[in-house]
Design a protein around this ligand. Sequence first.
Ligand SMILES: NC(=O)c1ccc[n+]([C@@H]2O[C@H](COP(=O)([O-])OP(=O)(O)OC[C@H]3O[C@@H](n4cnc5c(N)ncnc54)[C@H](OP(=O)(O)O)[C@@H]3O)[C@@H](O)[C@H]2O)c1
Length: 323
Amino acid sequence: MPLGIPPKYTVYGVIGFAVSFCGAIKYYSRGSKYKGKKNCLGKTFIVTGANSGIGRETAFNFAKEGGRVILACRDMEKCAAAKKEIINFTYNVQVICKKLDLASIKSIRQFAEEINKEETHVDVLVNNAGVMRCPETLTKDGIEMHLGVNHLGHFLLTNLLIEKLKGSVPSRVINVTCSAFVNGKINFKDLNSEDSYEEGVAYSQSKLALMLFTRELSKKLQGTGITVNAVHPGMSKTAIMRHTRLYNSKISSFFFWPIHFFVFKSVDRAAQTVLFAALDPSLQDVSGKYFSDCEEKEISENALNDEDAKRLWLTSEKWTRLT
Ligand SMILES: NC(=O)c1ccc[n+]([C@@H]2O[C@H](COP(=O)([O-])OP(=O)(O)OC[C@H]3O[C@@H](n4cnc5c(N)ncnc54)[C@H](OP(=O)(O)O)[C@@H]3O)[C@@H](O)[C@H]2O)c1
């Protein structure tokens, strides 16, 4: 040993470095925690896809802070289980289950009609539900599933609730997108992916569509007191991955566990930016923005394309039979 360091200390040094390095990655990737005010008392929140993952965690936090929370889910058994769990932990009985299948225009219209009739106000709408990399499937109205659920379902829902949101100002719409929109492209020539279908491409397109919708809607609502923002929650191992090998195969899970452990956030941390966008008082007049890790992030060029946003809006109106 030229430096005269005994081999066992070299080994300890290497182990110490590796542990610190992994610890640093884990610490950095766990994501931020929203530490601002969480004033939910007297407010009504709607969370789509609230029976699992980030949606359930978000709904749980609203309920914990005393909000009235409407769990908007397609599967009423799963919805009832989530409701029970949330009430058991929060002692807040103002947690309500409502049927909403975003893959059905009829179901969305029925849900909106009930909300408009039964609720006196809606303060925050969290468009959280989503599908990722599912096999080629169509919604009940013949729309490619990613586009139909992630974008068009929420497009129609938000528009049908707009008068209620106007009557509840200051109110907020939060669209839960995914950073994958950066690689997305709106393929107007084959928007419904009929000529060719690739799961990843369809997912990115749908999340880019949600980004364009966020900005276009925020422009249309300027000065009304309703804000519209988009949030990337960060990577978290939830049921959204049900169609991926990483989720289903034991072999992949075994080899990729370091990615899960070191890079993915807990569901609690993934919900933090949604809570920030929904509750932070500093964002009362902030609209048309994109947040990740509890801070505003720059929007990529493809999501800043106003021409695409306008064209997509008109197409979305037609496809959802809004007008
Ligand atoms: N987890 C991540 O790494 C990650 C990263 C970036 C963005 N996101 C986004 O975060 C959001 C929440 O995802 P998650 O990770 O919490 O996944 P999740 O646990 O699978 O939650 C998705 C929710 O959407 C619901 N949903 C799916 N199709 C629906 C439909 N047709 N109508 C109504 N609800 C429907 C699901 O209901 P069922 O339980 O009945 O299927 C579920 O409640 C998604 O928009 C996702 O794209 C997640």
